[in-house]
Write a protein that binds this ligand. Structure first.
Ligand code: 5GP
Ligand code: MN
Length: 334
């Protein structure tokens, strides 16, 4: 059997960790399972090294992840002093929001750990691995490199990040190596089926009510399927700040769709855009050009409103890129 290929972190990043004591781990705004899993997994790993980490995120970590060790110790505001910042699962400094802004004037070293192809390399040391299934998978590689044995806590956090970012190991970036890492984490005591049950098999009632209002608004044109979610829809269904990639993934699974998009009006009058595409169609470039980022098949950005003009602009850009990609590759099938 092929053994697990090691993935080596930059020596300078490891040196930054070895030389630090109080470490701020910052993950991205609107955190998802990989944000929570990679940040809390790294925190558990650093405790094993007798460091004093604090997990920071501008927004509260989503409630379904409350079972993860360290969940309740995560903070929205930085309370120093720190001597190192580690960023996880964020492709640019804006994604880290207020906690980074609060710490940035202190000129601390910053170690960036990420798997987005659109990462802008904003750290003192950057470790960006677009072939990794998730930022959490890189925490596994870091544990191996730093010879920290996988405790049940570390393994549970990492596996949660991996399973959520791959929607239960179903995305096109899942490889044999991903499955070897999942096997190692499961052997270390991470409860595979319990994690799946908790974070992939549940929806809240407000989510379902929002879907019920968003689905009649679905449009499909030239291979792009989309819907819009207004501020008032979010308010009266009770779905305020909750991040939900489920709807856009559901739309992208519709036959004849190559690209799915959900446009969500924010409280500030901006528009959050969540995009998915079928394997072979790349949407990361469009998201990046609009000031956001992501992966070839899952990307996003936030642009100025109103909803109607934002929708028109983004659908036009997606139609253009899709036409070009279909012209260049006649094998592409939705
Ligand atoms: P989601 O659709 O689940 O919000 O995001 C899908 C992917 O796009 C994630 O990998 C996420 O990190 C990235 N993404 C979403 N919104 C933004 C954004 O505003 N800026 C950047 N840089 N990436 C984003
Ligand atoms: Mn991720």
């Amino acid at each position: 059997m092929k053994t697990l290929e090691p993935r080596i972190p930059p020596a300078k990043g490891i040196e930054l960790i070895r030389n630090a004591q109080r470490i701020a781990i910052i993950t991205h705004i609107s955190p998802d399972g990989d944000a929570a899993g990679s940040a809390l997994g790294l925190s558990a790993l650093l405790w094993e090294l007798n460091k004093e980490p604090v997990v920071l995120c501008q927004d509260p970590l989503p409630a379904p992840f409350h079972f993860l060790p360290g969940f309740h110790a995560a903070r929205q505001k930085a309370t120093g002093p720190f001597d190192l910042i580690i960023s996880v699962d964020a492709s640019d400094p804006e994604r880290l929001g207020k906690p980074l802004q609060d710490l940035a004037p202190k000129q601390l070293p910053l170690f960036v750990i990420d798997h987005h192809i659109t990462n802008v390399h904003f750290g003192t040391v950057d470790w960006v691995e677009p072939t990794a299934s998730s930022a959490a998978e890189l925490i596994f590689d870091l544990a191996l490199a730093m010879q920290v044995s996988l405790t049940v806590d570390i393994a549970t956090c990492i596996l949660t990040g991996m399973l959520t970012d791959t929607r239960g190991l179903r995305t096109s970036n899942v490889t044999g190596r991903t499955l070897c890492v999942v096997a190692a984490l499961t052997n270390a005591g991470a409860p595979f089926s319990e994690i799946t049950e908790r974070v992939l098999n549940h929806y809240t009632l407000p989510q379902v009510r929002l879907w019920a209002e968003a689905l009649p608004r679905v449009q499909i044109k030239n291979g792009v399927i989309w819907t819009t979610v207004t501020r008032s829809m979010r308010e009266h269904t009770g779905l305020k700040n909750q991040h939900d990639g489920g709807l856009v993934s559901f739309l992208t699974a519709v036959n004849k769709a190559y690209i799915g998009v959900v446009f969500t009006e924010t409280a500030e009058g901006k528009v959050e855009i969540s995009m998915r595409s079928v394997p072979g169609v790349n949407i990361a470039n469009v998201a990046f050009a609009l000031g956001g980022g992501g992966h070839p098949q899952a990307a996003g950005c936030t642009i100025v409103g109103p909803l109607e003009s934002a929708t028109e602009k983004v659908i036009a850009a997606l139609h253009e890129t899709l036409q070009q990609q279909l012209a260049a590759n006649s094998e592409l099938r939705p």
